[in-house]
Design a protein around this ligand. Sequence first.
Ligand code: OGA
Ligand code: ZN
Ligand code: ZN
Length: 438
Amino acid sequence: MHRLGKRLVRPLQQLFQSKQSLSRSSPISPLAFRKELVAFNSVAVENDIDNRQLHVKWDDGTTSRFPHIYLRDNCQCPNCFHPSAKQRNISDTSVLDAYDVDTKASQAQLHPDRQEIEIKWDKDNHVSVFDTNWLKMRRFPTDRDQVGHKIVYSDRRLWGGDLNGDIPTTDFNEILHDDLALYKWLKNLARVGLTLVKNVPKEVGQVERLADRIAYLRVTNYGRTFTVKSKLDPSNLAFTDKGLALHTDLPYFDLVPGIQFLHCVQQAAGGGGENQFVDGFNVAEVLRKENPYYFDLLTQHAFVFFDIGNDYVEYNQLNHHPLITLNSRNEVIRFVHNNHARSSILDVPEDKVTDIYRAFRAIVHIMYDQSNLVTNKMESGEMVVFDNWRVLHGRSPFQLTAGGNRHLEGCFIDWDETTSRMRAIEEKQKMQNFTGVI
Ligand code: OGA
Ligand code: ZN
Ligand code: ZN
C-alpha cells in the first residue's frame, strides 16, 4: 500500500482533526454525517445513505461513488478476505446471507492517523476498514471508453511497413540476467507484438532458456520445442524449403499459443529464408474502417482449422475461430489466419458463403499490401519472438546448398504466464504503473 509522506499528511491531518474533534465530542448521527464532508489526505468522504453509496472526493477534484453493496462485498477484514491466501472468504451462499443490494452502511468515518475509511454495516454491525489508496485504485470508470484499470496490457502500438529496420531489439544475455531488461522486452512484445533478440548462442536449447526466464513453455503436438529444417516426409509445410504464406501458428488449438519464439541456429547459406511480418491488429482496424460489414462478418463467423499427423505425439487437432476476435469493448484481441491449415468445412449459412469469401479476400488483400509488410532475414544467432494472437508471419523459399541446412528452433509460451511475470516484476521493482492489484 502506498502511503503519503509525513510532510504532506500533517497539515491535512490538522484539517481533519478540527472536524473530527467536533464529531468525537458529539458522535455524529447517521443523518448528520451524511451531509458532512470530511477532508483528509486530499480525500473527502460523504456517506449518501439514501442512495446506498459512499462518495469519495480525490485530490484531483474528481469524485468516485462506491455503492455500499460493492464495499460490503469487498471488505478486507481477515474474516472476509483471507490475508495469506489473498482470496475472498465469503462463499456464494454467505453472499446471499450477508448482504443484499439494499445493504446499508449507517456510518462511515475517516481515521485521522491511518488514512483509512471505517464503515459500519447496519445488518450485522460488521465493520469494514478501507485504505483510501486501495479504494482509489478501484474507482469505477465514468464512461465505457475509459479504461479504469489496465487488467491487460492495452497500450498497443499498431504498425505497418514503418517497423522495417525498427523492430524492438534486445540482447539475449541482458534478458537472461537482468529483470528490468526482461521486463522491457516483454513490454515491447505486449505493445508492438514483434521483437528481435540478438547475440543468441548458435546452438539449440536457447528458446527454452528464454521461455524459462518468463515462466514455462507450452508443450504442443510438435514437442516442447520444435525444429524447423527441410526434412523428408515433413509433418508440416514449415519443415520444407518452400515459402510459407502469412499465417498465425496452431489455429487448431482452442487456446491458441500466445507467443512464438523462432531462433535461427543457422540461416540458409544461399538465398531466401527471409521472414515477413504483418500486424494483424492493424490490418483488422483498416478493414473496420474500409468495410464495417466485412469486418463484422469476420468477427461473427468462424473458420475451421485442423492438423493431422504424427510428430511429438500422434495428433488429430481440430478447432474453429473467427478470423477476428473482439472483447466486450469491441477491441481486437486475437487474429487467427492460416490458409495452410484452413479446413474445407465452412460452418456458415449458405446465403453467407459468398460474402464470407468477399470479406476474406478483402482482409487478405490488406494483409499483403506492401505498405503493411515488414521483412527481416535473421542471421544465425538471432531470434524473433512475436505475439501469435496478433502478428502474422511468413517465409520466403530458400535454397538448400552444400553450405549447410537452414535450421531454426521454435517454441511457444502463453500470454497468461507472461503478463503474470510482468506484474510480478512491476511489484518487485515497485513500478509506478503496477497493474496487478487484487
Ligand atoms: C513456423 C514458421 C518460419 C521460418 O515454423 O511456424 O512459420 O522462417 N517458420 O521457417
Ligand atoms: Zn469483513
Ligand atoms: Zn509459422
